[in-house]
Design a protein around this ligand. Sequence first.
Ligand code: HEC
Length: 149
Amino acid sequence: MRTLTVNSAVLKKLAATLGLVMVCASAWALTDKQLADVESRIQPAGKVCLQGDNACGAAVASVGGAAKSGEEVYKSSCQGCHASGAGNAPKFGDVADWGKRAEQGLDTVYKHAIEGFSNIGMMPAKGLCMSCSDDEVMAAVDYILENSK
Ligand code: HEC
């Protein structure tokens, strides 16, 4: 008889536990908003944004769109060479080197950045940022010069 009472007590506990599990399971169903929140948290950090695409928050700048700042262009297209001085690129912040280049006149420096230039190294046209407008490349040159004097 004793074992029976124990068993029914165990059964009661089991039923209570099962009930709890079921309550939890129904609470597990997420609302749409929670789902959207979770999805936004787990999406890849480096999302690819195409020109004219609104998926990344602000529209990616395109012709006639909002221009990228000099700093943005520098960081995405120029610092690969100009931060380290790779391939004889004048180094960002090198006052003497940029000072000499600025002496040719700003127009020439802009032109070299836009069309490319090769004397002691190879400066590719627009630093290979083919989607950059001339103005954006010039803004990047301004940003470099501003921080190298
Ligand atoms: C692949 C490497 C590379 C990238 C990317 C690059 N540059 Fe250069 N850049 C160079 C090199 C090398 C030189 C030096 C060329 C020389 O003096 O012969 C140079 C020189 C320059 C000069 C000096 C031109 C002159 O008249 O002396 C400017 C201005 C310039 N780069 C701007 C930029 C800007 C703005 C970007 C980004 C939009 C950029 N560069 C991206 C390698 C690069």
